[in-house]
Design a protein around this ligand. Structure first.
Ligand SMILES: [Zn+2]
Length: 303
């Protein structure tokens, strides 16, 4: 059996109305958001806000593509990524039209590509932005516009892909798998590659070889089980390493790293893995410190 057959993978299918909802729903919202973004850039009072705006609108388009893809059961990641790129581009184009409309004091709506390109080339000669005294014009302005476009397209395409690709879908029951159970925390896997290879050979006994650790452990392994409760035919195992770090300001951040994602297992193996639950492991007891000052001198007590 090929390794790819051992894992869940998206079928590439989608509901018939998915492209229509994408086109009219996300398309219309991208045009409205693009117009607001273009006019917002014209009025934006802060350079710092204007630097973050492309990330905001790109993520907004990506979020809309994700919600529609989930709602219309799109299991085709190429369609999701292309949608993000197309609607990101539509937003950027509308933003330029709206921005030109704003800088022309609401006189000209230039929407034809060749006219818009000519006008932008004209504006680029003397520059249109100034950041910390530096006027962006000529080649530097084109570079800035290109960076803005890459940020918007990147956010719009990557966000829905990141959110949707780890999800699983039961083709028999026509539903996303939302039932998850985590069995944790176990010690960190020392050799993830060998561990993964053993699981792919069906040697599930290795899962029982990891010792449980306390919940406060800064780094641990988590077994995540998901299944389709409707047909009870689709069972999946994912394994993650979860690392918690504390920064200088006392803020904690958690990073999840996949060891395996959506390995197909049977119902019996799933029940056996659930039984591996390490339970509440007590914190390690620190060795008592032998400090005569802290403990007091017994001789003083007798005096
Ligand atoms: Zn099912």
């Amino acid at each position: 059996m090929a390794t790819s057959d051992l894992y869940y993978s998206h079928s590439g299918k989608f509901k018939a109305h998915a492209p229509i909802v994408l086109l009219f729903g996300v398309g219309l919202c991208s045009i409205l958001l693009g117009a607001a973004y273009g006019i917002g850039n014209y009025y934006c009072p802060s350079v710092w806000i204007s630097l973050f705006l492309p990330f905001g609108v790109g993520l907004a388009v990506g979020g809309m593509v994700y919600l529609v893809a989930k709602w219309t059961h799109i299991r085709n990641m190429t369609m999701v990524i292309v949608s993000g790129l197309v609607f990101g581009l539509l937003l950027e184009y509308t933003a330029f039209v709206a921005w030109v409309f704003a800088i022309s004091e609401w006189e000209f709506i230039i929407y034809k590509p060749q006219d818009l390109r000519g006008l932008l080339a004209f504006l680029a000669v003397d520059g249109v932005w100034e950041i910390f005294g530096y006027v962006f014009k000529g080649a530097m302005l084109y570079v800035a516009w290109a960076v803005e476009l890459v940020i918007i397209l990147g956010c719009a395409a990557i966000l829905p892909w990141v959110l949707l690709s780890p999800k699983a879908y039961c083709e028999s029951c026509k539903r996303w798998i939302t039932d998850h159970k985590s069995v944790l925390p176990f010690e960190v896997i020392k050799d993830p590659v060998a561990f993964k290879a053993q699981l792919e050979r069906g040697e599930f006994a290795i899962l029982g070889s990891l010792a449980g650790v306390p919940y406060s452990a800064p780094e641990y392994t988590s077994y995540d089980l998901s299944h389709c409760p409707s047909c009870n035919n689709l069972h999946l195992l994912s394994i993650e390493t979860v690392s918690t770090t504390l920064d200088a300001e006392g803020k904690t951040s958690t990073t999840n790293t996949d060891v395996i994602r959506n390995l197909l297992i049977d119902a019996e193996s799933m029940e056996l893995i659930k039984e591996l639950d390490p339970g509440d492991i007590p914190e390690p007891v620190e060795a008592p410190v032998d400090d005569p000052v802290a403990q007091g001198d017994p001789a003083d007590d007798t005096a």
